[in-house]
Write a protein that binds this ligand. Structure first.
Ligand SMILES: Nc1ncnc2c1ncn2[C@@H]1O[C@H](COP(=O)(O)OP(=O)(O)OP(=O)(O)O)[C@@H](O)[C@H]1O
Ligand SMILES: [Mg+2]
Length: 383
């Protein structure tokens, strides 16, 4: 943990080391329903101003965790801090948070400006100041020209921008967003993603974002917490998760990959004992005789003809091409491996002979692959 003890308790307004200040801190947070933990002993430190995304499959505990931070769901165990304050006894409307959900219904009979003004009225902010704050918030989401319309006169994307303005208008310490773009089409999502990024840079609040879309998580976040079964499997930057996943689940959930599975990996550096991939790297979490998987990202996998020799020190596996797709700046090949699983290779130029149905050898440098304990955690994402 990078936080020093004094920054956790000290008068942090004058703290020169901005990066060490707490945005949101969860300490051993558990939520049980009927005795069964759906959030299981989660601890996480989010810095002030950071953009952190909770990423994970359906039912993994993302919304429950966000809801405990908001105060709508009581924790079973553990503590939550927002900035320097424990919020155990603080009701939702006093936690200094803003919220945007997938279908955060706007008030249908209020205008856009009236919707955005609502939280300010509740906070008894005077009329003149209110008008200015509403104007600023609408400008931030580029909705100034729509101020007098009602929600039914807006598109879905415009409504979400108004919801965003309403959540940010009182400048909350933390903005919580649960799949805010889930109901929108792809083009609008992409555009609003970049808008949310820009707004984060502008307001510099702590942003906590929930999605099950890994591309969205990679493009938005400073750091991503990967949820699985009520636990955080890994917390890291997009680059760390992509290049150094610590579990098979994380490696396969974040980004495309090819998995070569085998047994007999050893943790003795520089040696391997007869595994399927002929790999020479000892993996994290592998022990002698444990089952291991080699994970290779698409851009680290090359294709060559079956007869030709492997480059020195490289590994290879026979594959069949399932599909070949021209992407403009690259080619993408879906592969079938001998064990029946699918993989992916991405090359800058067209790979000779790589047409659907053809047999080739997929080749990689072990230095560019990650060896992970194979606990079966990737199963549901294969094929
Ligand atoms: N009020 C409740 N009572 C009982 N179980 C609940 C309750 N709320 C949530 N759960 C269970 O807790 C687990 C986690 O749910 P949660 O909504 O946090 O998942 P999620 O990661 O947000 O999933 P999704 O991506 O589908 O939104 C699920 O198995 C869910 O059924
Ligand atoms: Mg959810």
């Amino acid at each position: 943990m990078s936080h020093s003890a004094h920054s956790a308790h000290g008068p942090s307004e004058e703290q020169p080391d901005q990066a060490s200040r707490i945005g949101v801190r969860l300490t051993n947070v558990t939520k049980r329903y009927g005795g069964k933990p759906v959030v299981d002993d989660i601890s996480i430190d989010i810095r002030r101003g950071e953009f952190v995304t909770f990423l994970g499959p359906s039912g993994s505990g993302k919304t429950t965790t966000l809801s405990m931070i908001a105060g709508f769901t009581q924790v079973s165990e553990g503590g939550i801090q927002i900035h320097d304050r424990s919020v155990a006894a603080v009701p939702p409307h006093k936690r200094d948070i803003g919220m945007v959900f997938q279908n955060y219904a706007l008030f249908p009979h209020r205008t856009v400006a009236g919707n955005v003004a609502f939280p300010l009225e509740r906070r008894r902010i005077g009329k003149a100041e209110r008008a200015k704050m509403v104007g600023d918030a609408l400008a931030m989401v580029h909705m100034t020209d729509y101020a007098e319309r009602t929600p039914s006169e807006l598109s879905g994307g415009q409504q979400q921008r108004v919801a965003l303005a309403r959540a940010l208008v009182y400048n909350p310490a933390v903005l919580l967003m649960d799949e805010p773009l889930g109901a929108l089409d792809k083009k609008l999502r992409d555009w609003l993603q970049s808008e949310i990024k820009r707004i984060h840079l502008e307001v510099r609040s702590t942003f906590l974002y929930v999605t099950h879309d890994q591309e969205e998580a990679l493009s938005l976040s400073d750091r991503i917490a990967v949820f699985n079964n009520g636990r955080i499997e890994q917390l890291g930057t997009p680059q760390e998760l992509y290049e150094s996943p610590s579990t098979l689940f994380v490696g396969t959930f974040v980004g495309d990959s090819t998995l070569v599975r085998g047994t007999g990996f050893t943790s003795v550096a520089g040696h391997s004992t007869g595994n399927a991939a002929g790999h020479r790297v000892a993996g994290r979490g592998t022990t002698p005789d444990s089952t291991a998987a080699v994970l290779i990202r698409p851009e680290k996998l090359a294709l060559q003809s079956v007869g030709s020799a492997l480059p020195t020190g490289h590994c290879g596996i026979p594959v069949t091409i399932r599909t070949a797709t021209y992407l403009g700046n690259a080619w993408r090949y879906e592969l079938r491996l001998p064990d029946g699983s699918t993989g992916m290779a991405k090359t800058d130029s067209e790979a000779p002979g790589a047409v659907p149905g053809s047999a080739l050898t997929a080749v990689w440098d072990p230095a560019n692959a990650v060896v992970l304990a194979d606990d079966g955690g990737a199963g549901e994402f294969l094929t």
